[in-house]
Design a protein around this ligand. Structure first.
Ligand code: SAH
Length: 342
């Protein structure tokens, strides 16, 4: 059992009393570590909903993307990796598609990177009917580096700890007050804007592995390209914005993903990167409208309306279609992945 959030607050208070205000990334790591370890946060009864939980179409399209890339890469024996698989829904939907491709399931080892025991159990249950053995790991580094990998990360990097350089100088930190916690400033010389060292380290590690053994990663998340954003930290609780410094470990802390920083890190490490394409555009290029039409053709009117609503939610620019982006990192010698243009 994970200790209650009150223990986390007491622990954070003790750390601040001993060594001073906590850097934002240390705060975020402690809070999210507790948060994910102690619950399943997804769905209408939880704190937030993700694309695979909105519709099976999302994971199916990604399954098609994987299959196409595997075929064009020459059908190698691969490790299929998902970072932060949530309830396992995306992977279950993708595997249904992959298993229809002759030879693919026989050439595939499944590795899931997940720290939360609650979500590991949910993934195990969700993937059980697919009859493919999965291995769980605490981090990407723990996965053996011995063959090409195809890596999927949907709404994973946004949960990793960020540092925030302040425009007036100094760096965002968190201190304790009589009633709770409050933002503070540390006198470091971090450049203004948000930096996610954990995310850029993963991008570099993936690129280096791909350069050596082949492979590709599909990263889908909310965020932008361009200079680092100044302050996108947000806390979500019961589908509403909450104070990121109140009630540590009881809300989901995320920040926009800086796709330009990922691209730079991956390129330096020997990988090739695609442009970051809006999710709506990427899903359209991969044929989500045809998939929706096929599902609707054998649905009741109520089901057809739900499929149409999910399609709009995933692709419309005012919904998830524009803010969310897809980007791929590949081995330089691998084929161009589908959906990213010429
Ligand atoms: N990809 C899923 C879930 C997104 S929520 C979906 O789209 O529905 C973020 C996921 O990342 C959860 O599974 C969470 O437990 C996991 N996670 C968060 N921080 C992590 C970390 N540092 N290491 C490993 N997994 C992490």
């Amino acid at each position: 059992m994970t200790p209650p959030a009150a223990d986390l607050a007491a622990d954070l208070r003790g750390r601040i009393a001993a060594t001073g205000p906590l850097r934002l990334d240390h705060w975020m790591a402690a809070c999210n570590g507790h948060y994910y370890a102690s619950r399943d946060p997804l769905g209408t009864a939880g704190d937030f909903t993700t694309a695979p939980e909105i519709s099976q179409m999302f994971g199916e399209i990604i399954g098609g993307w994987i299959a196409d890339l595997w075929l064009r890469a020459g059908r190698p024996a691969i490790r299929l990796v998902e970072l932060g698989p949530g309830r396992g829904t995306l992977m279950a939907d993708a595997l249904r598609v992959l298993k229809r491709v002759p030879g693919l399931a026989d050439n595939l080892d499944l590795a899931l990177v997940e720290t939360s025991p609650v979500l590991r159990a949910a993934q195990n249950q969700r993937l059980d009917p697919e009859r493919l053995d999965a291995q769980w790991h605490d981090s990407l580094d723990a996965i053996p580096d011995d063959r090409p990998m195809i890596v999927i990360a949907n709404e994973f990097l946004d949960a990793l700890p960020i540092r925030q350089g302040l425009p007036g100088g100094g760096e965002r930190a968190v201190t304790s007050t009589e009633t709770g916690f409050a933002p503070a400033t540390l006198p470091t010389d971090l450049s203004p804007g948000e930096h996610c060292p954990a995310a850029t380290a993963i991008a570099a590690s993936l690129a280096a592995r791909f350069a050596a053994y082949g492979g590709a990663a599909l990263i889908i998340d909310y965020g932008n390209t361009g200079p680092p954003p100044l302050d996108t930290l947000q806390a979500l609780r019961h589908h509403r914005n909450a104070d990121p410094f109140a009630e540590p470990g009881d809300s989901d802390l995320t920040a926009h993903v800086d796709f330009s920083a990922l691209a730079i890190a991956a390129t330096h490490a020997g990988g090739r990167v695609t442009a970051a394409v809006p999710q709506g555009v990427w899903l359209a290029r991969l044929g989500i409208e045809a998939r929706a039409a096929a599902l609707k053709s054998r649905a009741t009117p109520a089901q057809a309306a739900a499929i149409e609503a999910a399609l709009v939610r995933l692709t419309a620019p005012v919904q998830m279609g524009q803010l969310f982006k897809a980007m791929a990192i590949t081995a330089p010698h691998w084929p161009q992945p589908a959906g990213f243009g010429a």
